[in-house]
Every structure is written in C-alpha cells, then in structure tokens.
Write a protein that binds this ligand. Sequence first.
Ligand code: NAP
Length: 317
Amino acid sequence: MTPKKIAIIGCGRVGTSLAVFLSKAGYNIAGVASRTFSSAQRTVQAILSIKGIGGNNSKEDTNNSNNITFYEDVKLCILPAEAAILGDIIFITTPDNLIQNVCFEISSNPLVNISEKTIFHCSGALSSCVLASASDKGANTGSIHPLQSFAPYTLGQNSPFVGINVSVEGSEKALIIGKELVASLGANYFTIPTKSKTLYHAAAVVASNYLVTLENCALELLKEANLSEDKAYTILEPLIQGTLNNIKTRGTIAALTGPVARGDSAIVEKHLKDIDEVLPNFSKLYRLMGEYTLKLAQKRGELEQGSIDRLSEVFNK
Ligand SMILES: NC(=O)c1ccc[n+]([C@@H]2O[C@H](COP(=O)([O-])OP(=O)(O)OC[C@H]3O[C@@H](n4cnc5c(N)ncnc54)[C@H](OP(=O)(O)O)[C@@H]3O)[C@@H](O)[C@H]2O)c1
C-alpha cells in the first residue's frame, strides 16, 4: 500500500499549499518544519483550518521528549530531521540552494530510517540527483515540479494545483508515488527523464519569462510610436491572445504570419532602420529573432530561395 504520512520541510508558498491541499486530499501531514517557528505554525494553522479544527478547538501538547509541538494529529517540529522521522513521504520545499544541505541533514541523522523514505523536492531546475545523500542510503528520491506561479497561501483560497501540469522525475518508485500525489491534488502529471530536467526547465523559462521580455520590447516600441503606456498593452492584447490560440490549435509553423513568413525583406529592412534609430538596444534581438523566425518560415516550404537569401542578408547586416 502507498504510504500516506507526509512531512513538509520549508513552510513557504509551495510547502504550505502542498500541506493544505494534500491534507484536504486525505493524506496525513504528520510533521512540519521550517527555518522559523512562525512559518511552521502558520502552516499548521492552515492545515487545521482546512480540516475545520482551527481556533480554540485545536489541542496543543508540548509534553513530549522530542522537541515537538502536537496540534491534533499535525506535529510542528523544530528541526527538519524531526519532521522527516514522522513522514513516509518527505517534501523538501526550501529555496533551491538549500535542498541538498537539508537532504544531507536528514540523511545523516541516525534516527531517520532513511531507506524507508521517499523524498521529493519541487524545484524545476534541479533533478533528483541533488537528493543523492538520501538515495545513496536506499531512499526513493524524486522531484515534483508544478508549472505554476505560487503566491503566499491565504486561508480559504482555492487550490492552485487543480488543472495545472506537474512534472514528475526520479526513481521508479518515486515516479509511482509522485504521480499518485499529483493526481490526488487534481493536477495533471507528466514524467521527465532525470538527465533532461535542466532542458525542461530552460523550456519553461523561454515559454514564460522570455515571452514577458518580448512583450516588454513590443510595448517599448509602441511607446516610441507615441502610444501611451496604459493603452499599449490593451491594443496588443487581442493580437497576443489570438497568436496563442493559433499556436494551440494549429501549431507554431502554421501559426506564423507577418513579413518574414511572407518573405517581405523590404518591410523588415524598414523595421530595422527605425529600430536602429529609436531603440538600438533592441536591434540585436530583433535580428536574432528574425533569423529564428526565418528558419521556422522555411519549414512551411513556401518561401522562394531569393526571398530567404534577401531576408538572411538583412538580418545579418
Ligand atoms: N513559488 C513558485 O512559484 C514555485 C513554483 C514551482 C516550484 N517552486 C519550487 O518550490 C520550492 C519552494 O519555493 P517557494 O516559492 O515555496 O519558496 P519560499 O516561499 O521562499 O519558501 C521557502 C521556505 O523554506 C524555508 N526554509 C529556508 N531555509 C530552511 C531550512 N534550512 N530548513 C527548513 N526550512 C527552510 C523558509 O522558511 P521560513 O519561512 O521559516 O523562513 C521558507 O518558508 C523551490 O524549490 C522552488 O523552486 C516554486
């Protein structure tokens, strides 16, 4: 049977949301620990609240030898290893640069029966390899990365997991448990080979962060075209949404429109003349994006070689 006791180490945005919504899904959040007592306490209160136990009804019991405060069946621990002792599944939801150290701290504590544990972190950029101190001692290790931006948890909020996509990576058993956890949160899982985790994360950065940068460049150009900042986004929005919709329904190659797709080097040359003048910092990126766009346009097989050569020349001028 799949183990159901969970420990959360790192009570920030992701850790608290996991604690609350895994608890709601029927898992027992057995131990919670954070850097500060106050964060761990807020997470415990959030779990109790979702179970309808909060406020004066919660029973606190500090009469135990393990430095642990018990709130009903949720235990607030001071050290990560104390929480790890209590969970079959351990989530390390600290900032990325601390995951390896926290894992080492847990794995080297003789009271943690490490070979019986499954340990996950939630970083997109790191693979389960950062949990090697635990897997070397027989633990199942993996990463569960929600493709979602998390705000700090607020009491009563809706689940940020429902309907989102979550990558699961790691050992065979970690994959089985990870998929089950993700499904119980109402999210969709997909698996990533351990060696591909960095490229997967780079793709997410390009799709989200660099899209923001590109839209910002477009807004700057509109500002240079004398459109007020508050109007500029409103004007572009239907175009952006329509493009995203075309990518979704037709794919990137068919969704491509505009002067490069039409082979119109004269228009592109005019763009560059004005951009070089009013926004020279953007010229290099425009040329690079143009070259990539030309490669995409060529995949349609509709451009004549003469147009391809002229566009290529303009971008490399
Ligand atoms: N936020 C997102 O949108 C998002 C999305 C996908 C994945 N992730 C991943 O999720 C993980 C957590 O990110 P987050 O955004 O939730 O970070 P966060 O809000 O900054 O929370 C991190 C928590 O870790 C705790 N912490 C720091 N050092 C610790 C230690 N030595 N031992 C125990 N706890 C410690 C902090 O505790 P105190 O509060 O007590 O100081 C803090 O609450 C990261 O791997 C991140 O890459 C984040």
